[in-house]
Write a protein of this length. Structure first.
Length: 96
């Protein structure tokens, strides 16, 4: 019997399989056959999704606010760097 080549699955595939296992409408054996994955691997992905689900809700709605603040700070930095570049280019006699 030849050894199967190691496969790397995408995060979206892992999530899809784990969510199917969480739903529970099929057994692990059925899912393993459908997705051609060992049942232990499906169980491991399922445990990881369940254990890390809490982290999704830890910050509440602060995630969007933090992202907006980060974007605002980055836009300010871009403006500052653009002004510096323009000033230096004029000082060196290089018109843009």
């Amino acid at each position: 019997m030849t050894k199967r080549k190691r496969r790397n699955h995408s995060p979206s595939f892992k999530a899809k399989v784990a969510m199917a296992a969480i739903r529970g409408d099929r057994t692990l054996a059925e899912l393993a056959q459908q997705y051609d994955i060992h049942p232990n691997q499906i169980q491991e992905w399922k445990k990881r999704v369940v254990s890390e689900a809490e982290q999704l809700f830890e910050n509440g709605s602060h995630g969007a606010e933090d992202a907006d603040q980060n974007i605002k700070a980055l836009h300010e930095k871009i403006g500052e760097l653009t002004m510096d570049r323009d000033f230096l280019s004029k000082a060196l006699g290089r018109d843009r």
